[in-house]
Design a protein around this ligand. Structure first.
Ligand code: COA
Length: 363
């Protein structure tokens, strides 16, 4: 028994922006972007909201699972770029697609959001289902949860600094969704591995700096930025102060530091989840990694000794879509027929926080 993946879906904004389009905006080139990242284009939401994209991805996943909105008991939305904070992004999606029986909330684990979201949803379902039996001493203590929609929804274009060539070429918008369903027969999710590492050089941030000069009762108070809160300062690749401009709610990144973290984190998470499941890497038919940089995927493939052909690589068409990335890529893997019933599949991610993790399931 366990939580199985019953269906998967994705949605992209209409507008595709090429590397050449970006070269009109900042000092960059198609050659540089492709060589350093593997990205050819990304989609940018102009007419679409995060709610539009998430609703489309969820509807797609429900159709593939042959389920109706009323069948869903739980909705978790992972995002760092919601349409609103209150109501939560999940509440907006719930209302939009009529998930009348679902509880709904948001979760922020940045680009590892999908792994964290699926882990939270599956453990909530498991705890609920195991407590539902009449004989259980825990009977009726929890909401009855049998099926969940787990959706990543990002409009990173809204938190991208379009004058910063080091970041604006990397990110894109989109949504990916999965339906998790309790099954008495299927093994479903075999194991998970989640990890947080302090970002003690602030190598990946999206600050919500608060200008205290506009705050009542706070004369002379300093601006509250993430650096001030943590008592640390962001540094560049040489270790010098990076000088992040306050009050700008944009993604800021020290690429090389993140690259170093990402390559170590992806390898660790892949190994750990296999060990927990008692499964060898050779038995895993398809690995679906966070789509941040093709070079990170190639590094991990080499280090782990898993042929590149067994990795789902979608980044070329969509860029880095943070919490949506792994579920969008999983949807691509299913659509391409790369995952068959009974296959062992690994999802693996890393991102801001710093967070990292992996999840292994039987399709
Ligand atoms: N076009 C052209 N040149 C660019 C550029 C762009 N879009 N962005 C940066 N450059 C320049 C830099 O200014 C630097 O120039 P300099 O040598 O004169 O200082 C040069 O290219 C090399 O920059 P660097 O940052 O060292 O490049 P890199 O090989 O590390 O590649 C990343 C940059 C961002 C692609 C890479 O570091 C990366 O992918 N990091 C991890 C990102 C990630 O995973 N983020 C998401 C985590 S969830």
């Amino acid at each position: 028994m366990g939580c199985r993946i019953a269906g998967c879906g994705k949605a992209l904004p209409q507008l595709a922006v090429t590397n050449d389009d970006l070269a009109q905006l900042v000092d960059t080139s198609d050659e540089w972007i492709v060589e350093r990242t593997g990205i050819h284009r990304r989609h940018i939401a102009i007419g679409e909201t995060a709610t539009d994209l998430a609703a489309a991805a969820c509807t797609d996943a429900l159709a593939r699972a042959d389920l109706a909105p009323a069948d869903i008991d739980l909705l978790i939305c992972m995002t760092i770029s919601p349409d609103s904070v209150v109501p939560s992004q999940a509440s907006l999606i719930r209302a939009r697609i009529g998930l009348d029986n679902a509880i709904a909330f948001d979760l922020n684990a940045a680009c590892t959001g999908c792994i964290y979201g699926m882990e939270v949803a599956s453990t909530m379902i498991e705890a609920s289902m195991l407590s539902q039996g009449v004989a259980s001493p825990l009977a009726h203590r929890r909401n009855p949860l049998r099926r969940a929609l787990v959706v990543g929804a990002e409009r990173l274009s809204r938190i991208t600094d379009w004058s910063d060539r080091a970041t604006c070429v990397l990110f894109g918008d989109g949504a990916g969704a999965v339906v998790l369903e309790w099954s008495e027969e299927a093994p479903g999710i075999l194991a998970s591995f989640l990890k947080n590492t302090d970002d003690d050089t602030l190598c990946l941030t999206c600050d919500q700096s608060f200008d205290m000069s506009t705050f009542p009762f706070a004369e002379g108070a300093a601006c509250e930025s993430v650096g001030a809160v943590m008592g640390i300062q962001a540094v560049d690749k040489e270790g010098n102060p990076a000088g992040i401009a306050p009050h700008l709610p944009f993604i800021r990144m020290q690429g090389q530091r993140v690259f170093k973290f990402a390559t170590a984190a992806i390898v660790e998470a892949a190994r750990e989840v296999c060990e927990r499941a008692g499964v060898s890497l050779d038995e895993v038919s398809c690995i679906v990694p966070h789509q941040a940089n093709d070079r990170i995927i190639r590094y991990a493939a080499k280090k782990l000794g898993v042929p590149y052909e067994r990795w789902q690589v979608s980044i070329g068409e969509v860029g880095n879509t943070s919490a949506s990335s792994v579920l969008m890529a999983l949807s691509d893997a299913y659509a391409a027929g790369r995952i068959q019933a009974g296959d062992k599949v690994m999802l693996v991610g890393f991102g801001g926080g710093l967070t990292s993790g992996a999840l292994l399931f039987v399709a």
